[in-house]
Design a protein around this ligand. Sequence first.
Ligand code: ATP
Ligand code: MG
Length: 589
Amino acid sequence: METFKLLGWFFRKYWKRYLFGCASLVLISVMMLIPPYLIGILVDQIRTGELTASTLWLFIGVMLGMGIFLYALRYGWMTLLFGGSLRLEKMLRQRFFGHMERMSPSFYHRNRSGDLMAVSTNDIPAIEATAGFGVLTLVDSLCMTILSLSMMIFAVDWKLTLAALLPMPFLAIATAYYGKLLHDRYFLAQEAFGTLNDHVQQSISGVRVLRSFVQEEKDVEAFEQVSEHTLQRNVSVAKIDALFDPTVSIIINFSFLIALGFGSFLVISSQISLGDLIAFQLYLGLLIWPMFAFGYLVNVLQRGRASLKRLYTILEEEPEVKDDGEHNLVQKVEAGSIEMRQLTFTYPNAETPALKQVSFHLDKGETLGIVGRTGSGKSTLCRLLLHQYPLGNERVYFSGLAIEQISLSALREKIAYVPQEHLLFSRTIRENVAFGKENATEEEIEKALLQAEMLKDVQQFTDGLETMIGEKGVMLSGGQKQRISIARALIANAEILILDDSLSAVDARTEEKIIQHLRKERAGKTTIITAHRLSAVVRAHHILVLEEGTVVEGGTHEELMEQNGWYADQYRRQQMEEQVIQAGGGNEG
Ligand code: ATP
Ligand code: MG
């Protein structure tokens, strides 16, 4: 019942549909009682020789009429109830998807995508079954049972009814026991399915790495294990599943046996008529379906409950950073300065802070360069500017407004972001670039590609802009992927552009050209660049050098060179390397 309670909002919304559906079911149950009653009378009339042709015709007429009426009613409830439950499935999936879109990155660290897919493909249909088949069996079996029992008691004999029902408590005990087992095992089976899903997904997306490390066989073996595990868990569910029907059958057969034995005794001792006994057996026959249905009901409800639990656990997770309705969040921010004050930040699942006491101030239109060893916190700083994680009170300011006071959509509208792990969609190049701006024109797309130094490459593809780039851009080189990501960000022409290590896969000359375009196109707008190659930031207004999350040096290129620390050291080394490479290239040419 807890399952139905959790779905209460849905039943309330579609109460008319459910009311009419259930009413049809009740009506059908009532009508199902008529034939046994008539047959009982008919048998007694045959026995006593009272039956006339006109009574027989009337009897046949009533049965035929009922048949047609039942046909219409059954169609009615099916479309009402199952139509309703399919709507529930759609609504749940919609909610689930909307939830995915709102969640912050750490949600995806906690939940594997295979599990999330499993919820959408397996659990939501299980809940649908509860709202459709579950409601049907509940109403139908209850109704049928009550009505048949009343007829047995009032139209035939209460002692006979009582005797025939003696085996029923065993059925109740057995199904309750199976139900509990089923719930637990089904939960585990769904979990195993999630793992299986995750494995498939990872193997498919990582197939190139798998092949290059010649790990296909190992992966197939590992998959074998995972699928064996899933099989075992599903078999353990099926074993319980298989117990329901035989249990119901055996108990119903006992009922029939008792009814026949005790009923015959009652007929012989003239307490009931032969017609009564036959009608009684037919009523008992009507109880067969509700008994099975009761078994199915327990089954469907337990699955539904396990699935609802899995779904609601996910739906109840709140995004860590969210626009809550209580505060009046600023919906539009003016272009202006960016400031970070003494920000210390630790990832939700980490122990040591990724950033410590980081401060900087950037005026509108300035460029900030962030450099430092790998793992020093550059990407973290970028993510925090996007408010992907909660920051602790008022440490980051845009145009003098604390980031907490700005709505997420207003903030992210201001910022174009090229993440380090560039993500492209498995569509055409055109669509990937145009993603940055609604209704982008042909010229705008080409201009963005030109500024990202990608236009020439695209023109060389046979399909040009219409080239399909495959899942996550598998058809492109690393540098091409980066430049398409940059074009996507540039076309948005946002007030703030964040490039997180976005030039790492292009050569020095291409990098130089892209930087020149950026300087020209983005004059007056704010740009933040993180890089390993220091040439990408030499012209920045401010450069921060991070080390293990702390700012260890800061200033312009010239100031940093004078300070003669890590930056100056690194810069000279990279210059030298560059010269060596160029000299090498010259010799070859
Ligand atoms: P790189 O130059 O390699 O891109 P980075 O300077 O961008 O490095 P970050 O990615 O910001 O470095 O990582 C800074 C620190 O935070 C690292 O120690 C890293 O292990 C840790 N870190 C990064 N992402 C997470 C995360 N999601 N959860 C926990 N710790 C993280
Ligand atoms: Mg990084």
